[in-house]
Write a protein that binds this ligand. Sequence first.
Ligand code: AMP
Ligand code: ZN
Length: 114
Amino acid sequence: MADCLFCSIGAGEVPAEKVYEDDQLFAIRDINPVAPLHLLLIPRKHIATILDFEDTDSALVAGIYRLAARLAAENDLSDDGYRVVANCKSDGGQTVYHVHFHLLGGRAMAWPPG
Ligand code: AMP
Ligand code: ZN
């Protein structure tokens, strides 16, 4: 989609530190990390928010959680754990309207979130 930051990063038109990519998904380091490990797991398909997933996206969503577990394991987070967060619209704190999941780890997370 034109004028979408994450579509542009996925297409290689905007630079980012990619740590994973396949034909469905890619993962980058967040430019403003809030934890020792802060990755963004992003479907290549332009989907604006997590409200917009369709039945046909079920495998894609499952794949995001499987990729999160794989990247967490590769970063030695399997024992202590990690958090996966998807912010939705204004109250959820979403700033980029192309679905992405934050993988946060390397420190204890607070609850409730701010
Ligand atoms: P959200 O606020 O949930 O929509 O998350 C958007 C995230 O994208 C924020 O954590 C930003 O720091 C991150 N971000 C914005 N621009 C870039 C970029 N060019 N490369 C990597 N991460 C970015
Ligand atoms: Zn997009």
